[in-house]
Design a protein around this ligand. Structure first.
Ligand code: NAD
Length: 427
């Protein structure tokens, strides 16, 4: 058991290494290594068959020195408190690196929603918020959708919270449908955010985006919008990949003169799986799973899953690749990261590259709290501004100190949180 992967141990190790680089004092290290608050509770649900089943729920607030905690709620059968702690910690750094006035939180329920009816899921959402309603809310902790939770779950949570609070508080949760206080632009936000950072990286390298070639892993929410914007900006996306449920494997789809996003979307299901027969009939080559990473391109965007670029396949990355922008969370293993560092690939780390989603959630909260909603163009242009500024702050630091982009991003984020804690007199 002792040598099993533990996400929280990893998050603490990452923090320790950066705390050392920043020469943080002992008190602040102790404060930031662990969550400030944790809520563990049971949620009894009357199931459809009449029996009562008791679920285990969590909410972890890692740090709120810069503002209310922010982070998703996961429904997962293998959820553990250490996973929730790690994810809450990473949310603190993600909000800080893009400089939004929020802290880090995460929540979860140990359950498998595949085995729960919609009524049972609704009861679970309402039961979850009843247990933490005194500890979350627009001014202290704002949840959002995450693994296996969706906008409908958010509305059930909002509705129960408002019943308890006796008023309208749409800013207590984000990721809501637009009809109930959601923000325009949220669907595009993460994929577009990735591309804003890529555009800026190219500009720093003096490379025009027109004619640049890219290859993307995945064809879900993040990958679709990343591909769309790259093409709009003049780049060519030569390959995307996806998981094929029927064959229980993944494939890369390549078109050397460039994919047509609209066409591919028309043959992709809601899980981001492309119809292989229709793709092949339209002239797309179907290649094996990892083929996306050995394409002759300048830009790689892993936007599917964690642990995809590993010691086993990192050497297959083409020599022409200049930028690797991590759309997914944790797509690169530490061993592969060392190889990328050695080869001089410019890595835009996950918690910076994919922060467009949380930035737009912050905009949703601002719009709800002021009860004034912005047009989509305004949301996306504010997003561009935030991502661009955040990217250059990290790239400038990396250039000045000679640190790897990932380390520079952590240095900025952790220093910002440490400063807020100092100013408040916490450490
Ligand atoms: P999604 O479920 O919409 O799409 C996932 C895509 O990955 C699908 O096309 C699926 O077929 C593909 N896929 C799954 N397994 C694969 C495999 N083994 N090989 C190749 N392709 C595979 O998910 P998403 O919302 O696009 O999220 C993708 C990643 O980005 C995840 O790591 C997620 O945590 C991260 N992320 C998403 C957001 C967001 O706002 N959506 C924000 C931050 C981070």
């Amino acid at each position: 058991m002792s040598n099993e992967f533990n996400a929280f141990t990893m998050a603490q190790r990452q923090f320790d290494a950066v705390a050392e680089l920043l020469q943080l004092e002992d008190g602040i290290r102790q404060l930031l290594r662990s969550p400030q608050r944790e809520y563990h509770f049971t949620i009894p649900i009357r199931m459809d068959d009449g029996a009562v089943k008791v679920f285990q729920g969590f909410r972890v607030q890692h740090n709120d020195a810069r503002g209310p905690a922010k982070g998703g709620i996961r429904f997962h059968p293998q959820e553990t408190i250490d996973t929730v702690r790690a994810l809450a910690t990473w949310m603190t750094w993600k909000c800080a690196v893009v400089d939004i006035p929020l802290g880090g939180g995460k929540g979860g329920v140990i359950c498998d929603p595949h085995n729960l009816s919609p009524r049972e899921q609704e009861a679970l959402c309402r039961g979850w918020v009843r247990q933490v309603s005194k500890n979350i809310g627009p001014i202290n902790d704002v949840p959002a959708p995450d693994v296996m939770t969706n906008p409908q779950h958010m509305v059930w949570i909002l509705d129960e919270y408002e019943k308890l609070a006796g008023g309208h508080y749409p800013g207590m949760i984000t990721g809501k449908p637009v009809e109930v206080g959601g923000s325009l632009g949220r669907t595009e936000a993460t994929g577009y955010g990735v591309v804003f950072t890529v555009r800026e990286a190219l500009q720093r390298m003096d490379l025009p985006i027109e004619g640049i070639r890219a290859s993307i892993q995945g064809f879900g929410n993040v990958a679709q919008y990343a591909a769309k914007l790259l093409i709009e900006l003049g780049a060519t996306v030569v390959a995307v990949s996806c998981w094929d449920q029927q064959d229980q494997t993944s494939y890369t789809y390549r078109k050397t003169d460039g994919i047509d996003t609209e066409f591919l979307l028309s043959i992709t299901n809601r899980f981001g799986a492309i119809d292989k027969h229709k793709a092949e009939a339209a002239g797309y080559q179907r290649l094996e799973a990892d083929a996306w990473l050995e394409q002759d391109v300048q830009i790689l965007i892993p936007a599917a899953l964690e642990n995809q670029i590993t010691a086993d396949n990192v050497e297959r990355i083409h020599a022409n690749v200049k930028i690797l922008a991590e759309g997914a969370n944790g797509p690169t293993t530490p061993e592969a990261d060392q190889v990328l560092k050695r080869r001089g690939v410019f890595v835009i780390p996950d918690f910076l590259a994919n922060a467009g989603g949380v930035t737009c959630s912050y905009f949703e909260q601002v719009q709800c709290n002021t009860n004034f909603f912005w047009p989509k163009d305004e949301v996306l242009s504010r997003l561009d501004q935030k991502m661009t500024t955040a990217f250059h702050a990290v790239a400038d630091l990396a250039e000045e100190t000679g640190e790897y982009m990932r380390d520079a991003a952590y240095m900025i984020a952790i220093q910002r949180v440490a400063t807020a804690c100092h100013l408040r007199g916490w450490a």
